[in-house]
Design a binder for this molecule. Structure first.
Ligand SMILES: [Zn+2]
Length: 293
């Protein structure tokens, strides 16, 4: 596996750490750089970012993404795969009239909202993929996906019809009937260098917009959430059900309640599930390896 960190740097300051011919410019404001974790400059990034923030209230980078590349053999040998959904869209179920029971919500981290009606979405907004999710974490799959699951008798998959404003949509909401437990080797954090368990809130300048943040807890003391973003490959505690089912959601969640965003589980699947996606040419999926221990 090859792991790199993709950084979206502020072009004005990229020269503080990188040579002019490194990376790729996106317009005049953003420079995209791929940085290996072993690169000695990796640990310089947060130091420069902090200095810039203090000195001139400017950002060194706008965004980041951890990219992992596997060989076919590595993926083929994995007992469990981390299923990543590539496409995210709006509006959410909440904005389209889906009903939720908020009485079960954790007052610390905002997890555990219970959906109590079929998912309702806005027609014409679902991406043309076989899997996608809303920014609220609702997972949507195509009829083609639903038919393939049925034919192959995959286990652990719950599919419920999704409605549009004026009737059935032809899409399904995907949920897992089985839960797996993440082990403490799973690393989550705010970003690759910031493992804070929460934020105090306050006002920040983001790309010259003033944004107000409320106090947030990323690592719930009740164990519901483990951090704002997943940083490592996931580690899962072994159980009998892992070999008997094809689809799972993690018990612990990642993220925070922020507007329409909610903590979300990590999804996992079997090699049978992956074969289905590849043989039926289903779109919108991405795999990483999950470690079972
Ligand atoms: Zn909680």
């Amino acid at each position: 596996m090859k792991e790199v960190l993709e950084l979206r740097l502020n072009s004005d300051f990229a020269h503080l750490l990188f040579k002019a011919d490194e990376g790729k410019s996106l317009g005049t404001t953003v420079k995209v750089i791929e940085l290996s974790i072993d690169d000695p400059r990796y640990n310089q990034v947060p130091i420069i970012a902090k200095e810039l923030k203090i000195k001139s209230d400017r950002g060194f980078y706008f965004g980041w993404k951890i990219k992992r590349k596997y060989s076919k053999k590595e993926l083929d040998l994995a007992t469990l795969l981390h299923l990543k959904i590539k496409t995210v869209f709006e509006p959410t179920g909440e904005e389209c009239g889906t009903l939720f029971d908020e009485t079960t919500v954790c007052e610390i981290c905002g997890a555990n909202r219970k959906q109590i009606s079929p998912l309702t979405l806005k027609s014409g907004t679902i991406p043309k993929k076989d899997i996608a999710k809303t920014i609220g974490g609702e997972v949507v799959v195509s009829k083609k996906f639903a038919n393939a699951v049925k034919q192959r008798e995959l286990k652990g998959i719950v599919l419920t019809s999704i409605n549009f404003e004026n009737g059935a949509s032809g899409y399904y909401q995907l949920a897992a009937s089985m839960k797996v437990e993440l082990s403490t080797n799973t690393v989550a954090g705010v970003d690759p260098w910031d493992f804070s368990k929460g934020s105090e809130g306050g006002k920040y300048n983001v790309s010259s917009y003033q944004i107000k943040f409320d106090k947030e807890i990323y690592k719930c003391p009740k164990g519901h959430t483990i951090g704002l973003n997943l940083l490592s490959e996931p580690y899962v505690i072994n159980s009998q059900s892992i070999r008997e089912h094809d689809f799972f959601a993690s018990k612990q969640m990642v993220g925070v309640k922020r507007g329409l965003l909610h903590p979300e589980p990590i999804y996992f699947c079997s090699q049978n599930f992956r074969s289905m996606v590849e043989e039926e040419k289903l779109s919108g999926f991405e795999w990483e390896i999950a470690h079972v221990e």
